[in-house]
Design a protein around this ligand. Structure first.
Ligand code: 5GP
Length: 308
């Protein structure tokens, strides 16, 4: 048993510390990401003595020196949570100067989900298998793409065309990372299987003409490439000054026509993904990360018509 502060672990070493529980490691990962300095179980507080011997002690999970705050995660069984509440109460009675916060399971899960870490319970995000790209990774990459576009289009005023509905999140984040004057417009596309032989149709056209403009098509994902191919043909016929493609995701495994992707966020494997604008039957668009679906949900996707 250790009493008193331990040497602080070097920063960003969440994967080197022997955590007692995976949720602690995930929490340390979030703290690292936000540059919050932490110490893992640095101090044990004696709480009760019996006949001169230590009878009860408490070692909070984390200490955040910059906030002078101890954090105890309560992500385990209810019985343990009750015991933790009791220990925190005893600690506060005995050490009133010590600041400690119990992080409850629901707060903890929504914090994890917000920043793209698992796990998820059935109730939290039913149908989600695992996070493929976290919110933090998305944010970083979208920022990089914005910077790249800002460099490449210096002294020009690009027109961003967002493809509804999947590109909604990407488009609104991307445009805020482009440090140039720009304009935006939106198109909606749908593909019909069966009777119309997989034809791609424009269901909502642009409001403004694009002749002579530097157009950047902003897509959610390029899969077979059929949608993008048709879209580019249509746009080319309207004589823009230039035409480029920025797609958040590239799924090259099922590509049919060769389509140019000038700016690509991430290459993804041949799996059905949802989140950050992408849907499964109109659901999951509001997840702040990209995730794969559970296999029983996937079966439905593979046997029925693909969502738009
Ligand atoms: P493509 O014509 O390239 O095969 O398909 C492009 C469209 O199919 C995308 O804009 C998207 O709406 C849909 N799509 C393709 N793969 C996925 C996927 O993994 N997840 C979701 N949600 N939509 C997809």
């Amino acid at each position: 048993m250790t009493i008193g502060p331990q040497p602080r672990p070097p920063k960003e070493t969440a994967n080197l510390v022997p955590f007692a529980h995976p949720s602690e490691e995930e929490f340390a990962g979030i703290l690292d990401f936000y540059g919050v300095t932490w110490e893992y179980e640095p101090r044990t507080f004696p709480l009760q003595e019996k006949e001169g011997r230590l009878a009860l002690a408490f070692t909070p999970d984390f200490y955040l020196p910059d906030l002078d705050l101890y954090i105890e995660l309560t992500t385990l069984k209810q019985k343990l949570v009750t015991e933790k509440h009791r220990k925190v109460r005893l600690l506060q009675e005995r050490y009133p100067e010590v600041r400690i916060k119990l992080l409850h399971r629901s707060d903890y899960l929504s914090l994890l989900a917000k920043y793209g870490f698992g796990p998820f319970s059935e109730v939290e995000v039913a149908g989600i298998h695992e996070v493929l790209i976290s919110a933090a990774e998305l944010e970083r990459r979208v920022k990089e793409l914005g910077a790249e576009i800002s460099r490449d289009y210096r002294d020009r005023e690009p027109l961003l065309i967002g493809v509804l509905r999947g590109a909604a999140c990407f488009m609104s984040d991307l445009m805020r990372h482009i440090s140039l004057p720009l304009t935006t417009d939106y198109m909606a596309i749908s593909s019909y299987d069966g009777e119309q032989g997989g034809a791609v149709q424009i269901t909502k056209d642009l409001v403004e003409p694009i002749t002579g403009r530097d157009v950047i098509v902003v897509e959610d994902i390029v899969d077979t490439g059929m949608t993008l191919n048709t879209l580019l043909e249509t746009l080319r016929s309207r004589n823009p000054a230039s035409l480029a493609v920025c797609s958040l995701l590239d799924k090259p495994a099922r590509r049919l026509p060769k389509v140019p992707i000038d700016y690509c966020g991430f290459v993804v494997p041949d799996e059905f993904v949802v989140g950050y604008g992408l849907d499964f039957r109109q659901k999951f668009r509001n997840l702040p990360f990209i995730a794969t679906l559970k296999s029983d949900w996937l079966k439905v996707w593979k046997t029925e018509k693909r969502p738009e």
